[in-house]
Design a protein around this ligand. Structure first.
Ligand code: GLC
Ligand code: CA
Length: 559
């Protein structure tokens, strides 16, 4: 079946637990989603990506799945999901689900069976290894670390063996080398595709093929010791081909999450008609203020961010297609990172234009479109995320409580998981009762209702960006070119198609900046089609976090 045109589309990501509570129990759910579908459509997006909505013990909030063919009772029923799906389709929105198949929950029936012994049908569904012995001391099979919780191996007394978990202990890795496991994956894909789902966002899909020998890693950064032996592994391409065949029967979209995959490797999955993934969630652009993980802090560097943007823009040009994002449920809020809470509206709007007008399919994470910012909770006990809690207790254990909390405030994924701020009503209009997780106290100022009423709000700026992107061929299909890559405060890029050129000028500075048009752009010919300060833009100067989007007709460019 023919695939739909995902290149012209944009997506909205829902992390359901914090999106909208429809039945008044303090937890977001499908009823809540249903009631907000018109709002989502009003943004001008064309699809929704749902983070996991399946039954899960929530060791990693949905990314530990205990039943792949059902809906978490907190969120509703399969019937309610069908209603959401139908209504979304009526509104012209595609729906893609999260496919989490690197690991399951340790409460998944497969694992409950597998752990019982070496001779049941599920024994080889997971990655089991005998201990290593040093005299009488029992040691794990290798020195890998998990990304969330200490060593990557957990001993199971019943089997007298260790199982591998690259993430939390309650997320055992599946053994994808087992043909039956791959058949299970295909069965799960078909189940949802038959129902009418339009594709998948595939969770850490580049981790599913492990190095057959599971060799020791070189200790470097503890949390990723072992990564080279489970990332982009030897059979990955062939497994992805098998899944691709299923997706293509339905014309389904496949977006792969690929932490730390370099762009050259990415092209082996993304390029050409026989590609195995349509787009990739890369991590380069999330590293402009940190090293490898958000918990190793560095000062924000605009040149580093621009290098990441331009690396993916140029390497994929004409060969593959980018997924564009600045936020999702795994990263702190972008205004608090790359922008400025002080220049909240200015930086929130500037950041929108900085990425949406690049070549690719933009993803917008719930709350990003109204400029939600990081929460700063007073104690680690108020946090929920396994990675956050682990970082606090493990990596920073020698630092003072104050210092540790500061690091959590800056780095935690929970900052992006606070309830969506719908209005200035109690609990931000998210729920009638106390929500499952803290509401950001800034909700009276930052909320959908307030921003609906303000023409210059971040919300309406997102709408304008998405609309322009669709209207102007240069923004949708044009070539990308960056100017002044080394400038420490300005990001300048153009998109050009035939004689039409759109220049996007972004200031990442809290101070006024002077700038000059690049050669070949005659001042008098430019049309300011979007900006984030009222009134006429002053040429040659940018106010704090100002963005100017200028449109040119430059005959001569198309030759
Ligand atoms: C992905 C998900 C993240 C999850 C991890 C393990 O990175 O986006 O939320 O914790 O995989 O499933
Ligand atoms: Ca609910």
């Amino acid at each position: 079946m023919k695939q739909f045109d995902f290149r012209s589309m944009s997506f909205y990501q829902i992390w359901i637990r914090s999106f909208a509570d429809g039945n008044g129990d303090g937890i977001g759910d499908l009823c809540g989603v249903y009631s907000k579908l018109d709002y989502i459509a009003s943004l001008g997006v064309d699809g929704i990506w749902f983070s996991p909505i399946y039954p899960s013990p929530n060791a990693d909030y949905g990314y530990d799945i205990s039943d792949y063919r059902n809906i978490h009772p907190d969120y509703g029923t399969l019937e309610q999901f069908r209603q959401v799906l139908d209504r979304a389709h009526q509104l012209g929105l595609k729906v893609i689900l999260d496919l989490v198949i690197n690991h399951t929950s340790d409460m998944h029936p497969w694992f409950l069976e597998s752990r019982k012994g070496k001779d049941n049908p599920y024994s080889d569904y997971y990655i089991w290894r005998d201990p290593k012995w040093k005299g009488k001391t029992r040691l794990p099979p290798n020195n890998w670390f998990s990304q969330f919780e200490g060593l990557a191996w957990e001993f199971c007394p019943e089997r007298q063996q260790y199982y591998l978990h690259v993430f939390a202990k309650k997320q055992p890795d599946l053994n994808m080398d087992h043909p039956k496991v791959r058949e299970e994956v295909k069965g799960i894909m078909r189940f949802w595709l038959e129902m009418g789902v339009d594709g998948f966002r595939e969770d850490v899909i580049t981790y599913i093929s492990k190095h057959p020998q599971l060799p020791d890693g070189i200790p470097f950064l503890p949390a990723i010791n072992g990564l080279p032996f489970y990332k982009d592994g030897p059979n990955l391409l062939s497994y992805l081909r098998e899944f691709r065949a299923v997706a293509l029967e339905y014309g389904a979209l496949q977006i792969g999450e690929a932490p730390m995959t370099p762009v050259k490797t990415a092209l082996t999955y993304l390029a050409g008609e026989d590609r195995v993934l349509d787009m990739m969630i890369q991590f380069d652009t999330m590293m402009a203020d940190c090293f490898m993980t958000e918990y190793v802090h560095l000062p924000f560097s605009l040149p580093k961010l621009k290098r990441a943007f331009s690396r993916w823009q140029t390497a994929l040009a004409g060969k593959a297609w980018n997924a564009l994002y600045l936020e999702n449920h795994d990263h702190p809020r972008v205004i608090s990172r790359y922008g400025s809470e002080r220049f909240w509206r200015e930086s929130g709007t500037m950041l929108a234009a900085a990425y949406i007008f690049q070549q690719g399919t933009p993803f917008i994470y719930q709350g990003q479109e109204i400029g939600m910012t990081n929460i700063r909770l007073g104690s680690i006990d108020e946090y929920q995320d396994v990675a956050t809690i682990n970082a606090y207790h493990r990596f920073f254990r020698h630092q003072s409580v104050k210092k540790r909390l500061q690091r959590i405030h800056r780095s935690s994924r929970d900052s992006a998981r606070t309830p969506m701020q719908w209005s200035s009503d109690t609990y931000a209009g998210f729920s009638a009762v106390k929500p499952w997780f803290a509401v950001n106290p800034n909700y009276p100022d930052i909320n959908v209702q307030k921003e609906e009423e303000d023409e210059h709000s971040i919300l309406n700026f997102y709408r304008k960006c998405l609309k322009l992107r669709k209207e102007i061929p240069a923004l949708l299909r044009g070539e990308y070119r960056e100017y002044r890559p080394l400038h420490r405060h300005l990001y300048l890029y153009e998109r050009s198609f035939q004689s039409e050129v759109v220049l996007v000028v972004c200031s990442f500075s809290a101070k006024e900046q002077r700038w000059k048009l690049p050669k070949g752009f005659p001042e008098e010919k430019g049309d300011l089609i979007l900006g984030n300060y009222p009134g006429k833009a002053i040429s040659g100067r940018l106010k704090p976090y100002e963005v100017q989007v200028l449109r040119y007709h430059l005959p001569g460019r198309d030759s």
